[in-house]
Design a protein around this ligand. Sequence first.
Ligand SMILES: NC(=O)c1ccc[n+]([C@@H]2O[C@H](COP(=O)([O-])OP(=O)(O)OC[C@H]3O[C@@H](n4cnc5c(N)ncnc54)[C@H](OP(=O)(O)O)[C@@H]3O)[C@@H](O)[C@H]2O)c1
Length: 261
Amino acid sequence: MDVRERVVLITGASSGIGRELARQLAGRGARVALLARTADRLRALAAEIDPTGPRAIAVPADVADRAAVDAAVSATVSHFGRLDCLVNAAGVGYFGEVARMPMDAFDRVVKTNVYGVVNCVQAALPHLRERRGMIVNVSSGLAKRALPFLTAYAGTKSMLNGLSDGMRLELRRHRIHVLNYCAPETDTEMAAHTLHEPGAEMPPVRRGRPVGRVAARIVRAMEAERREVVEDPMFAIMGVLAPRLLDSIFYRVMVKRYARD
Ligand SMILES: NC(=O)c1ccc[n+]([C@@H]2O[C@H](COP(=O)([O-])OP(=O)(O)OC[C@H]3O[C@@H](n4cnc5c(N)ncnc54)[C@H](OP(=O)(O)O)[C@@H]3O)[C@@H](O)[C@H]2O)c1
């Protein structure tokens, strides 16, 4: 897909991968609608991308709130006249054991990472059908092999991978392409935003990839209409070839370090 002049709605655009993707897509000639909850960050980004306004707009919403998502999609289409592409980059992590996880935190993670994607897809679909558009889901390498203490988060991303695979076929007859991008550990604010068990705060990302490089990989995958990109597939491959070895590595690295009882 040539992104020039395409209208792209990007969720999670107030921070990290979504924000950088918005900058890079706009830099390549796309028009962008920026969605997240923090309206002032979205407005600042829209002003940075295009101070005169017509090529970037803020459409604040909580992806878990279907009515708010519908309103954001309507605002996008009434500003730009169409919608060519939806990028689902909004997401939230949880660090801690599933057995002790407060259900309101579980709710927030599932509602954002799973319901949020389905809400945005359903709201955008009539417009994407008209344009034979594209859906990009930002998943995670952890979808292929969960890490202890990031289990609930990884579970939502596994579901996202399943949703991407199924939707790719369901939407093929409408000529809508679905790209599933399993992101590597990336240097963003995600660790700071990650919900956590009291006393089990997520360690900061130390070896994350630069966010600019990750966004550039997504742009290239969109342009090449890739179906899936899995960055750093080593754990996924080891999970198939040597699952017991991987279990014992994860046990030593994560459980022995972070278990509190
Ligand atoms: N960073 C990594 O190492 C990594 C690795 C693999 C996959 N990923 C995935 O990459 C995506 C982007 O993460 P990131 O690293 O850029 O994290 P980030 O810097 O924390 O950004 C997360 C974005 O999601 C938005 N968001 C969260 N909850 C939302 C909600 N309910 N409604 C609307 N927007 C919401 C946040 O905006 P507001 O708070 O303003 O709403 C923010 O813009 C996520 O899906 C994440 O799971 C990240």
